[in-house]
Design a protein around this ligand. Structure first.
Ligand code: AP5
Ligand code: MG
Length: 214
């Protein structure tokens, strides 16, 4: 099963994608997580990506597409994968389709997690991410058991650099201009499914499972 998670920054793409990956035993491929790992490790890619990410802008298509095209050809992607945060522009979507066609494959579902802008800013301000394993929490809706400490690995959880309110506004603007057009793109391919993301995360997940089938 090949799945794309669409949705605004903070809509819950990552939260849902992790659960989909666990349930269906397919890799979770988050371009944001890959960039953050490269930043942490100080790689060339990380240095380039950081300048864009810190401003709430998109990393250039050529860097992002090369990364994903390489990743989806790995052995563990044979039975499918869930893409989180990619594609984010029409050229990225077209490049993905082209590559899959060469591999004689195609995407099965594009799931749009729909959350209005006014809910987003609250979610981002309350999000905490583990500095080590990347697990995400929310100080009100999904708190850690011990304040400030990751339930899974015991390291510190922090506010992401790009979750400051002014950067969130910029990311939302970029989302509406560059990423939202993908909803029509996948609708016209007949694979778009929209889910209401303003509900407890278990309910959102239950609806996604209904769409994907047990
Ligand atoms: P990326 O890491 O993809 O960030 P994003 O799209 O802005 O999305 P987020 O990760 O912020 O949100 P999410 O939808 O995953 O929500 P989450 O599940 O965490 O990208 C970061 C940057 O990298 C980009 O700005 C760009 O610069 C660059 N980049 C990445 N991919 C790129 C690409 N393809 N092309 C170019 N540049 C790219 O949930 C958010 C919060 O809400 C959490 O605290 C969570 O606990 C909580 N929450 C989740 N679900 C619920 C719920 N149902 N109810 C209440 N709270 C909930
Ligand atoms: Mg995410």
């Amino acid at each position: 099963m090949r799945i794309i998670m669409l949705g605004a920054p903070g809509a819950g793409k990552g939260t849902q994608a992790k659960q989909i990956a666990d349930k269906y035993q397919i890799p979770h491929i988050s371009t944001g997580d890959i960039f953050r790992m490269n930043i942490k490790e100080g790689t060339e890619l990380g240095k380039k990506a950081k300048t864009f990410m810190d401003q709430g802008a998109l990393v250039p298509d050529e860097l992002t597409v090369a990364l994903v095209v390489d990743r989806i050809q790995k052995e563990d992607c044979k039975n499918g994968f869930v893409l989180d945060g990619f594609p984010r522009t029409i050229p990225q979507a077209e490049a993905l389709d082209k590559k899959l066609a060469e591999m004689e494959e195609k995407m099965d579902y594009a799931i749009d997690v729909d959350v209005p802008d006014e809910n987003i800013v609250n979610r981002m301000g309350g999000r905490r991410a583990c500095v080590n394993c990347g697990s995400t929490y929310h100080i009100v809706s999904i708190p850690t058991k011990v304040e400030g400490i990751c339930d899974k690995c015991g390291n510190e959880v922090v506010l992401r650099d790009d979750d400051k309110p002014e950067t969130v506004q910029k990311r939302l603007k970029v989302y509406h201009e560059q990423t939202q057009p993908l909803i029509d793109y996948y609708n016209s391919q007949g694979i778009l499914k929209s889910v209401n993301g303003v509900r407890p995360m278990e309910d959102v997940f239950a609806e996604i499972v209904r769409i994907l089938g047990a």
